[in-house]
Design a binder for this molecule. Sequence first.
Ligand code: FAD
Length: 710
Amino acid sequence: MNNQAHSDIVLENEHRARVRERYTADEAEVIDLLMEHIRLSDSDRAKVAAAGAQYVDRVRKETSPSMMEAFLAEYGLSTEEGVGLMCLAEALLRVPDAETIDDLIEDKIAPSNWGAHLGHSSSSLVNASTWALMLTGRVLDDDPKGPTRVLRSLVKRMGEPVVRTAVAQSMKILGRQFVLGQTIQEGMKNAREEEAEGYTYSYDMLGEAARTDADAKRYQKAYSDAITAIAKQAKGDVRSSPGISVKLSALHPRYEYTHKTTVMRELVPRALELAKQAAKANIGFNIDAEEQDRLDLSLDVIEAMLSDPALEGWDGFGVVVQAYGRRAAPVIDTLYNLAERLDRKIMVRLVKGAYWDTEIKIAQELGVERFPVFTRKINTDLSYMACAQMLMDRRDRIYPQFATHNAHTCAAVIEMAGNDKDSFEFQRLHGMGESLHGIVKQAEGTRCRIYAPVGAHRDLLAYLVRRLLENGANSSFVNQIVDTSIPSKAISKDPVAEVKALGKQVANPTIAQPHDLFKPARHNSKGFRVNEPASILPLLAAREEFADSKWTGGPMLASSPDPKGTGRDALSPADTGRVVGTVYEATPEEVETALDAAQGGFEDWSSWSVADRADILRKAADLYEEHTAELTAITTREAGKTLLDGIAEVREAVDFLRYYANEAERLEEEEPGTPRGIFVCISPWNFPLAIFSGQIAAALAVGNAVIAKP
Ligand code: FAD
């Protein structure tokens, strides 16, 4: 990866630079900045909260929840059954053989307490599902004491194929609630009813994140065919015509910053071809927002696409902005600036963001400095309001599309819009938010577009799991509106007041920061995101210093500076013409000297307290982190490791050092022993730093001396 080439375009543009700066900004600071964008006064916001609560009351009184909403409310992720169902939905349709399907069903369904849900839901379909799941659970659950045990096990054996079919069928029924049609033609036919009510559609072709180029080409064709079909329904202007939503990850198997050059060369023309087709038909073409790691790269792709002269004069190019991302506001500025520079009008769909759990978990696993998203839902709600105001203020270039199922969020948008109800639209997902948007549309005369997935049920899983994750949480609006024990006012609170009431606790203290993941035991090792320029470019720059360094291996003892053995070149395995350094093999005499020295060292080191030895190891871990640039440079140059593997290698070494320091202290307390003597550690070729450091650290931690051969 050539960091020079990657950073230039961004440094030239102040808005792009701000997007990068915001990546490492503190959550509280970002919230303060966002607060400044919200111009609604205290009384405006009180009005919004009341209007939101009224919507909630009306939805509850006048309508009943869709099957999907009822299902999500009954089996939210706060119940064991909800989690089991999610795992099942996620896995079931992909399992190839009957035996594994049976095991999976037994594992996920049998131990749960389905009976507790019986009769709870207002939806008879959900209650029927509960009956089915309960009976299935009872059949599968072996009762070790009951008199019917033998009979049950017989039913269990006889019944498994039936259960398998029934559960698979239920999952399909569930899926159908989310998919408008299996083909674009079927989807468009099913859309007619809502279109007659004044709704418009944006079709999403299911299947995402291509794994191979063949996948990507298949998805491209599916999008292209869909645009051809949708074009026939074009009404002459983008706003009242149906449109399409596209995932860039479907168009290239390596839609990643590390493959930027390939992405610009291969993905951009594919996406552009589709955009041109949409422009020709004058329908909307929306680029969905995906994981935060793709954000920076997506801005490059978007700029390259939008700059194409063939898109001049077309107002249907759409981009999605995720309000849960800390960079959302500078992204809006960037898009507006781009539209100005190119003299274009664009559409921006504002969402809260569908990958929250993933973003949190990945950041923790990677050990990066910050989460790219907010850690409290209320912060995301506030960010949405701020971004909504930004979009409203930029309507000369941007057609805002507010995608939400939350009554308060809708009420806030309506208040910001004032009397102009025609210069923006609301959006909802197929199968969700129907009642709310029906009421809003009727009361306010606003536009509403339905995002409708189209495709085979086997391609539904990723989409379905995202919906379950984002709406199954008990903090989600969809979950709360169905739970009538929560007063409408409590569901429609003003995020500004709520955030102010947090005082200094703007970040959620219950979510461990990546660095603190293993607290109190130890720090998580510091990591980087190779696909996030704001995270990786500084490391790449620091590695440059070691691009031509020559390292020396040996002499065996630092105290004998003149190696006796002959030196030989260490070569890069990726390019044997490149010398990485010189290695001096030890002579037998040097080995003897080293053994003597180690014996002396052992006597000294083993007399140290465990705590002091542990501190030295922890200090070594900190030093490894400080020298990550050099260490990853040498793992690349000497061991042929990619940057990603080099980072993982250093992190593992750091974790080992801290882990063994802790373990030595624990052992000292729980089962103290005596050091054994001298250890010889030899680095394995495949993990020359991590495993090597682990061997050494474990031996040293408990007071042994080590002779180490790198
Ligand atoms: P709410 O219940 O008010 O909000 C739930 C959301 O709050 C969660 O999804 C999450 O974003 C956020 N949240 C929850 N807990 C926390 C927490 N602890 N800290 C911080 N934030 C939290 N999503 C995409 O990512 N990309 C898209 O391209 C996209 N397209 C969409 C198109 C349409 C038409 C619609 C309706 C949605 C789309 N979404 C997309 C999904 C969208 O992000 C979710 O529907 C949305 O987050 C739910 O928000 P809400 O206002 O309806 O519900």
